[in-house]
Design a protein. Structure first.
Length: 98
């Protein structure tokens, strides 16, 4: 019999991630914390979206913080999107080589 340690990330009472990797769980938890802060900030600035839309937007921004940062520095959206696609292709090639 094997003993497996699982890390469960719960957000607002909902199980969002189950993993055996503590580092991955911590990273995901931090992303959700940033998303909550973004939602609170946007709401305080007068952006009134329903709760589901606000959560979806804040999580997307949090997950893509590096790309959003590039946009704030003046990089064009199509350049950022092309870079992201190149990263995905590279990851897929690494996976298929394994």
């Amino acid at each position: 019999m094997a003993i497996i340690t699982k890390y469960v990330v719960e957000h607002k009472g909902v199980e969002k991630l189950v993993t055996t990797d503590k580092k991955e769980a911590d990273k995901y938890d931090k992303m959700l914390e940033v998303a909550d802060n973004l939602a609170e900030f946007m709401h305080a600035k007068g952006i009134n979206l329903d709760e589901a839309a606000m959560e979806q937007l804040s999580v997307m921004l949090s997950k893509n913080k590096d790309s959003v940062g590039k946009l704030f520095k003046g990089v064009q959206a199509n350049t950022v999107l092309k870079d992201e696609q190149a990263e995905v292709v590279e990851l897929e090639q690494v996976k298929s080589a394994s």
